[in-house]
Unconditional design. Sequence first.
Length: 55
Amino acid sequence: MAVQQRRNSKTRKAKRRTHFKLAAPTLTKCPACGAYKQPHHACPSCGDYNGRKVA
């Protein structure tokens, strides 16, 4: 098992974690009701998907 020999600086730790972040989900407007929804998902407010009711 590897054991670190020296302490990493705060800067080095921050450089490694620059890509360790959450991205905001992409939202589009539902063509049926106008509410925001994720692409390729059924609309949570009206249940419309690809022009028909599914939920």
